[in-house]
Design a binder for this molecule. Structure first.
Ligand SMILES: Cc1cc2nc3c(=O)[nH]c(=O)nc-3n(C[C@H](O)[C@H](O)[C@H](O)COP(=O)(O)O)c2cc1C
Length: 805
């Protein structure tokens, strides 16, 4: 090796290498290297966490040429970067780890050699020009592990890195689908016997699944080398590792290849470095693709980073030279990032670099706060680590990362309807209305500037609009004005679910707002699966009976009856009547959420609330689609009677208001005033205010359906297995595709085809929807819909071919 291969010139970033490398692998091997476990959320999160970082430079710092040297386990490294352990470098280049060792050696960087290296420890050691460490998987048969360790130690390896996140291999769907097997003749060069062709099958039978911290003592018995553990993701485990006497910790989620859904490594790094407190070195890997990423990791307390997949990309593109060039690139980028942020040395990269430390100089005598308290995410409420609460962030991140992509993801109103000046007109109209009703100037002032009634000051107007728009006759006292419909959901779930035996049922697929609100309250909803045709009462009844049989108490069922989010389905009139009857028979409430009804064209079916003869329906109201979302004004209609222990009665709305008083006190008076002004403009007929919007969204849906039909003529649609529903209103439709519509597919769609959508699986509390996507039509112009549909069709056709091959 050493000869210049074609392809290393003209490559300026690690991303360039990734793109160039792809063509050099067969699909199975590429997927084995590139892929992660499950829906690849953690794989994507690793990258996204670094993408989110914004470095904060210090200017005129006089720091001169940056010093990138660092010391790890008593050895000086020229740059705080080493190569992560990866199985079978021979997949990327016939020389495998021997070529990598030479490349890393040229840069003076350590290489962590995998238990499953494709070349012998001796040959790697002979080629190496920098420290070698051995990554250890502990087998059920300890003598195999012992022999590996002894052999590496004899070959001059300097440390052991025990991988602790792999009692078995993660569920790597790409490998399962490809039925991935190592190419003929490729074997782990330092292991004998055994069937290694399928890495996951081998791990299942051979890895020790019952390891505990005593394994560190065992390694100490068989070897004198320092021991690091790789795969720590919490401060609690970092402390346990210190107690077990480790010499170093590698914060890692195995590059998203083990448990999908665990956090990005960057997101837990500060927690772990705080827990370790400098007692031993902390290294981190996962998603590092730029010099700036290395600097961000150092800023959050890492001593060095490990670089994974990119090294294999370098190797595949140009063998030893490719890998060496790639390591040079990231080193140069690090030097540049340090110079441009005024960071003179590795040791001086601190949390202020990533904006994590208060910068104010304390006044003389003032109490100093300690820098970066390092709260542990694992010790915060579980909801903050729940993927449900992250789905929208992920979509936002994708949208920001690919600004030129056309996005069918956001369920937001079309911007073209908003006119800034109108806000003032609406506000003025409401103030005039108050005056006309006899309010004194002082009262008008208070209505705007003061705390207001918790239940809201525009309840009469909302009740009036419900009467005129929806034929629902309710007393204003049964309305609570909320901060958007989201608060209405939170109040309803908080009040109705009083303990672990109470059950919230949700129609599934389901709007994430309700599952998220439930999660905040430690409520796990019971999903009632929709059929292809939509919700069916028989399924709800079966779920209610099943919960009763388990000794639990079904309390409420959440549903969007009109043009549902996400599926776009609408509940027929007869089903509405049956649902109310079922609610009465089984003594449950129905939480009705219907934000799209009034912005849909044509005659709409009556709301559940308007058909409700027994006060079974709690209506969760939103004005975000009908008026504007920036107001954050919604409401809840809760006219149910509540009886206390002394037999006194009140309304559920009163109880909800009590809860609200401790969350938001009252909904913004200014927002209520603007909303009220809008309602007054149309004599409280929201339908009148929305005749133009309903027609616009109706057209958007029609155009989308026409464009889809154009892109997928009937025969082709059939052959591909692509189909979609045809909602008559609302913002969303559901499209079924013949491949896994997961985050990885979404990233490919955004990156290579410039179109973004929402994986339907986000909306299934119990799993499902893996082969469907949600398309939102509300936010785009007709031109964008046409272009976006064309791009989507290209993506679907290409992805279907890949899935078939
Ligand atoms: C193809 C491949 C093979 C890997 N093999 C191993 C291994 O044998 N042992 C191990 O501890 N980690 C292994 N890993 C995980 C890496 O050590 C590292 O944690 C991860 O790749 C870092 O993320 P990055 O690829 O985003 O840089 C492997 C990763 C890849 C991509």
């Amino acid at each position: 090796m050493g000869a210049e291969r074609p392809g290393t010139t003209g490559l300026f970033t690690l991303k360039d290498y990734e793109e160039a490398a792809k063509a050099r692998f067969d699909q199975g091997s590429w997927d084995f290297i590139a892929g992660g476990a499950g829906q690849e959320r953690t794989l994507a999160a690793n990258l996204a966490a670094f993408d989110r970082v914004r470095l904060r430079p210090r200017v005129l710092s006089g720091s001169g040429a940056p010093d990138t040297r660092t010391t790890v386990l008593g050895r000086s490294w020229p740059v705080p970067i080493a190569v992560a352990p990866m199985a079978y470098h021979t997949l990327a280049d016939p020389e495998g780890e021997v070529a990598t060792a030479r490349a890393a050696g040229r840069a003076g960087l350590p290489l962590v050699v995998s238990t499953f290296a494709g070349r012998t420890f001796e040959s790697i050691a002979e080629a190496a020009g920098a420290p070698l460490w051995l990554q250890v998987y502990c087998f059920r048969d300890r003598s195999t592990t012992r022999q590996l360790v002894e052999r590496a130690e004899r070959a001059g390896f300097e440390a052991l890195v025990l991988t602790v996140d792999a009692p078995r291999l993660g569920r790597r769907l790409r490998d399962l689908r490809n039925d991935f097997r190592l190419p003929d003749g490729m074997v782990p060069a330092n292991l004998t016997g055994g069937d290694y062709a399928s890495p996951s099958a081998h791990a299942l039978t051979e890895f020790d699944p019952a390891l505990d911290w005593s394994v560190i003592d065992w390694l100490r018995e068989i070897s004198s080398l320092p021991v690091l553990v790789k795969g720590v993701l919490s401060g609690a485990d970092a402390r346990a590792a210190l107690r077990a006497g480790v010499d170093g910790i590698v914060v890692s989620n195995h590059g998203g290849r083990q448990l999908d859904g665990v956090p990005a490594t960057l997101d837990v790094l500060a927690e772990i470095t705080a827990a370790v407190g400098g007692v031993c070195p902390v290294l981190v890997d996962g998603g590092i693709r730029r010099g700036a990423d290395v600097l961000a990791a150092l800023a959050l307390g890492a001593d060095a980073v490990l670089l994974g997949r990119p090294v294999l990309h370098g190797l595949a593109v140009g063998g030893e030279n490719g890998a060496a060039h790639l390591l040079e690139l990231i080193t140069e980028e690090l030097v540049e990032a340090m110079a441009l942020t005024g960071t003179p040395s590795v040791a001086e990269a601190g949390p202020a670099l990533v904006g994590a430390e208060p910068e104010a100089t304390p006044a003389p005598g003032a109490v100093r706060t300690t820098p970066a308290a390092g709260l542990r995410k694992a010790e915060l409420h579980g909801s903050v680590s729940d993927p449900v609460l992250d789905t929208m962030n992920f979509l936002n991140e994708i949208t920001t990362r690919y600004p030129r992509a056309i996005s069918f993801a956001p369920g937001r109103p079309y911007d073209g309807f908003f006119d800034v000046e109108q806000i003032f007109t609406h506000l003025r109209r409401y103030l005039d209305h108050l005056e006309a009703q006899g309010a004194s100037p002082g009262q008008v002032r208070s209505a705007l500037f003061q705390y207001g009634p918790t239940s809201g000051q525009i309840r009469e107007l909302i009740a009036d609009s419900l009467r005129k728009d929806e034929n629902t006759d309710i007393a204003p006292e049964s309305v609570v004005v909320t901060v958007g419909c989201q608060e209405a959901m939170f109040l309803a779930v908080r009040a109705l679910i009083s303990g672990p035996e109470d059950v919230l049922l949700v129609s599934s697929p389901c709007y994430v707002g309700i599952t998220g609100a439930a999660r905040l309250l430690d409520v796990t909803p019971t999903a009632v699966a929709e059929r292809e045709s939509g919700f069916d009462c028989a399924d709800l009844e079966a779920a209610v009976l099943a919960e009763r049989a388990r000794g639990r108490r079904p309390r409420a069922f959440y549903v969007i009856p009109d043009h549902s989010n996400p599926s776009g389905t609408t509940m027929p009139l007869q089903t509405r009547l049956d649902l109310l009857d079922l609610a009465q028979r089984h003594d449950i409430l129905v939480l009705e959420d219907s934000p799209y009804r009034m912005v849909s064209p044509g005659q709409q079916l009556p709301t559940l609330k308007s058909l409700d003869r027994h006060r079974r329906v709690v209506q969760l109201g939103s004005l975000s689609k009908t008026l504007f979302p920036g107001a954050r004004v919604g409401y809840v209609v809760a006219d149910q009677t509540v009886v206390d222990a002394d037999g006194r009665t009140g309304l559920l709305a009163d109880e909800l208001a009590k809860i609200k008083s401790m969350i938001t006190v009252n909904t913004s008076a200014v927002s209520q005033a603007v909303v009220a002004g809008m309602l007054l403009a149309a004599d409280c007929r929201t339908s009148e205010l929305n005749s133009e919007t309903a027609a616009y969204y109706g057209d958007a849906m029609r155009v989308t359906l026409e464009e889809l039909a154009k892109q997928f003529p009937a025969a082709e649609r059939e052959a591909l297995g692509v189909r979609w529903n045809e909602p008559t209103g609302g913002f969303f439709l559901s499209l079924t595709v013949p491949f896994l519509a997961d985050n990885a597919a979404l990233i490919r769609s955004a990156e290579e085809f410039g179109v973004i959508w929402t994986p339907m699986s986000y909306f299934y509390p119990d799993g499902g929807g893996e082969h469907a996507v949600r398309l939102s039509v509300s936010y785009l112009t007709h031109r964008e819909i046409a272009d976006g549909t064309e791009r989507l069709a290209h993506f679907i056709k290409s992805q279907s071919r890949t899935a078939r091959d």
